[in-house]
Design a binder for this molecule. Structure first.
Ligand code: DQA
Length: 141
């Protein structure tokens, strides 16, 4: 059983290929390795989950409600701006949830200015790129 669940939403599996000027050139696997290297002395185990499907993300969050994670880090991708269902699933959880965004969403298009899922999160980090994930975990140690 891992200590932290890291959830990535739609299109984050395309990191490295998608808009590198916005998201950088690292793949999600590179971000995972970077995160784990940064946390190597902490002795924490991370479980990574990625899905492009809203319902799968909802189901993963529901399952997490009966597991024993210390906290969840979620990058909901575009669903951050639209998903009442992910918001509602996050509200079921009794553990800290931190929402992260690689890009600084408040410097971007108007449609990214509403962060719906963030309303169900303890904290949000936006614009720290690949460092957001390990910093979010570290904040809960
Ligand atoms: C993102 C920001 C979202 O607006 C976008 O839809 C993404 C990635 C980020 O990490 O910066 O898919 O969540």
């Amino acid at each position: 059983m891992a200590d932290f669940l890291i959830i990535n939403g739609p299109n984050l599996n395309m990191l490295g290929k998608r808009e590198p000027e916005v998201y950088g050139t690292l793949t999600l696997e590179d971000v995972r390795k970077h995160t784990e290297a940064k946390l190597k002395d902490e002795g924490v185990k991370l479980e990574w989950f990625q899905s492009n499907l809203e319902g799968e993300i909802v189901e993963r969050i529901q399952k997490a409600a009966s597991q024993n994670y210390r906290a969840i880090v979620i990058n909901p991708g575009g669903y951050a701006h639209t998903s009442v269902a992910i918001h509602d699933a996050l509200k079921i959880l009794q553990i800290p949830v931190i929402e992260v965004h690689l890009s600084q969403v408040y410097r971007r298009e108007d449609f990214r200015q509403t962060l719906l899922t963030a309303k169900a999160c303890m904290a949000i980090m936006t614009g720290l790129g690949k460092d957001a994930y390990w910093l979010a975990v570290k904040s809960q140690l």
